[in-house]
Design a protein. Structure first.
Length: 277
């Protein structure tokens, strides 16, 4: 029921965006807004916008964000419709606002968002600028520290990360998720130190020893700090926020992409999102 509800809400905002008054040119403004408040707008979706956010800030644009779930950096929140423009995915349209769709394209999603945003703002950019934006994001990620991760004894040894979390699209496995997760972990060395992460403790026998189960006891900043460790051997994950952060931090990843009913759709998703940067 919740899936159907979110589909209807998304279609509603996409429709409102489609009939909203469009302007051919963005007014000259240094105020740029982002809306991440919708329930169906996941952590990974937000992460794709952050190279653009950080780079625009470095170019002296005033950034405001509605309901950041990642909070990689503190920005003022949007309290009401102000003079400025929203750079959005259409299902995150804010009625009454001046909004532009920067999600469309056929390149890596974060790259499309960056170039679409800069083009709309009249900024001439190149791959060099985009790579600089990604470096700003990586620097921001590695700068996040939390005390709780430092307390774990395994942090000074080499270890694997196993993520069993899928925030969206679980239905695509048609009840076969357990077998796919076991298959993802089948080549893990029997003597390795394995750390599980997720929203809750693991309840599936993976046939590998779990040294420490962090399921349900870490927040997103704990996770980023953990993935920043130089002692990580491999990251075993699905194509989720864990994969995207591990990619940005240059970790060795064993990834199980989520399946789509149509092979062509799976290929399109992998082209844009695996990797997304």
């Amino acid at each position: 029921m919740n899936i159907l509800k979110n589909i209807l809400i998304r279609l509603f905002y996409i429709f409102l965006f489609s009939i909203s008054k469009k302007k051919n040119l963005i007014p000259e403004t240094k105020q740029i807004f982002f809306n991440f408040s919708r329930e169906y707008f996941h952590l990974g979706d937000e992460l794709f916008f952050w190279p653009t956010i950080l780079w625009l800030e470095s170019q002296n644009f005033e950034i405001k964000i509605s309901s950041s779930k990642l909070e990689l950096k503190k920005f003022p929140r949007i309290s009401h419709i102000e003079d400025g423009v929203f750079l959005i995915r259409p299902d995150c349209y804010v009625p009454g606002s001046v909004s532009f769709n920067v999600w469309d394209g056929d390149d890596r999603i974060a790259k499309d968002i960056f170039f679409n945003s800069c083009r709309l703002l009249g900024i001439d950019v190149s791959d060099y600028n985009y790579n600089d934006a990604c470096r700003l994001l990586t620097k921001t990620l590695t700068g996040i520290k939390t005390e709780s991760i430092r307390e774990f004894e395994f942090i000074n040894n080499h270890f694997n990360i196993i993520s069993s979390e899928i925030d969206s699209g679980m239905w695509r496995y048609f009840g076969n998720f357990k077998n796919i997760l076991v298959s993802l972990c089948k080549n893990i060395d029997a003597h390795s130190i394995n750390i599980h992460i997720g929203k809750k403790p693991i309840n599936i026998d993976l046939s590998v020893d779990i040294h420490k189960d962090l399921g349900g006891i870490t927040d997103i900043h704990d996770l980023i700090h953990l993935l920043s460790s130089k002692n990580i051997t491999n990251v075993y994950t699905f194509d989720t926020i864990v994969y995207h952060i591990a990619f940005l931090l240059n970790k060795k990843i064993i990834c199980q992409p989520r399946k789509w009913i149509y092979q062509r759709k799976s290929q399109q998703i992998q082209k844009r999102f695996i990797p997304a940067f």
